[in-house]
Design a binder for this molecule. Structure first.
Ligand code: SF4
Length: 216
C-alpha cells in the first residue's frame, strides 16, 4: 500500500475508534494554559486516572502562577503529596510560576520558543499548551504515540520529531492536536506497552507489528 493510503487508513480508523472510546478527563475540557502546564507536570510518571482523582483538589490550590508563587514551597509540596514526586514537582512549579510572573507578566506565552524557556516545560508540555489552550494546530507526541506509530508503520527507530512530522503530513488541514489525543487514548486502551490488544484492534489488518507476531 502506498504511504498516503496507509496514512489515511491509520487516521480514519483511529478517529472512528475515538468517537466511542474517548477518555474523559477534567483537563480535556477547556482549560487555562496554566492548568494545562500543571497537568502535564502531574501526568509525568503518574497514571492519568490517579491524576484525575486528585485534579480538582490540587488545581484548587495551585490555580494560577501568582497563587502558586505566593505559596511556600512546603505548601505546594503538601498539595502535591497524594501523587508522589511532590518535592521535584513543587520545585518545578515554583520556578515556572516565578519566570511566568517575572518575564511574561503572569501570562503563559503562546510561542514555542518562549514556552521552552520555562522550567519544567519540554516539547510535550509546550505542545499541550499550544494545541489545547491556544488552539494551534500542533501534534502532541509522547512515547505512547511513538509506540503506536512505530508498531503500525513498522518503524523501529521512530523518533518523537519524525512522528510529529508524519502526523502533520497525515492530517493535512485537519486538527493535529485532536488526532494526537485520539492516539494517546488508543495507546492506553488498545495498543498498550505490554500485551497490545491486537485481536480487538481496528488497525490489525494492516499493522506491521501484528502481522510479524502472527507468524510466531
Ligand atoms: S494491531 Fe496490535 S500492535 Fe498493531 S496497532 Fe493494533 S494493538 Fe498495536
Amino acid at each position: 500500500m502506498r504511504e498516503d493510503g496507509k496514512y489515511a487508513f491509520f487516521k480514519n480508523q483511529i478517529e472512528n475508534w475515538w468517537k466511542t472510546n474517548k477518555r474523559i478527563f477534567p483537563w480535556r475540557k477547556r482549560q487555562s494554559a496554566w492548568n494545562l502546564l500543571v497537568t502535564a507536570i502531574l501526568l509525568r510518571k503518574t497514571n492519568a486516572d490517579k491524576v484525575a482523582r486528585h485534579y480538582n483538589q490540587i488545581l484548587g490550590k495551585l490555580n494560577s502562577p501568582i497563587s502558586t508563587y505566593n505559596l511556600k514551597l512546603s505548601k505546594i509540596e503538601d498539595a502535591l503529596k497524594p501523587l508522589g514526586l511532590h518535592k521535584s514537582r513543587a520545585r518545578q512549579l515554583k520556578e515556572a510560576s516565578k519566570i511566568i510572573l517575572e518575564k511574561y507578566g503572569g501570562k503563559i506565552p503562546d510561542k514555542l520558543e518562549e514556552l521552552l524557556k520555562i522550567p519544567g516545560v519540554g516539547m510535550y508540555t509546550a505542545s499541550v499548551i499550544l494545541g489545547m489552550a491556544y488552539g494551534k494546530n500542533i501534534p502532541i507526541v509522547d512515547i505512547n504515540v511513538v509506540r503506536v506509530m512505530s508498531r503500525f508503520f513498522g518503524l523501529s527507530k521512530l523518533t518523537l520529531e519524525k512522528a510529529s512530522e508524519m502526523l502533520m503530513k497525515m492530517v493535512g488541514k485537519d486538527d493535529a492536536t485532536k488526532i494526537s489525543l485520539a492516539i494517546i487514548d488508543f495507546s492506553a486502551k488498545i495498543c498498550k506497552a505490554r500485551k497490545p490488544k491486537c485481536e480487538n484492534c481496528p488497525l490489525t489488518s494492516r499493522c506491521k507489528f501484528s502481522s510479524a507476531t502472527k507468524n510466531f
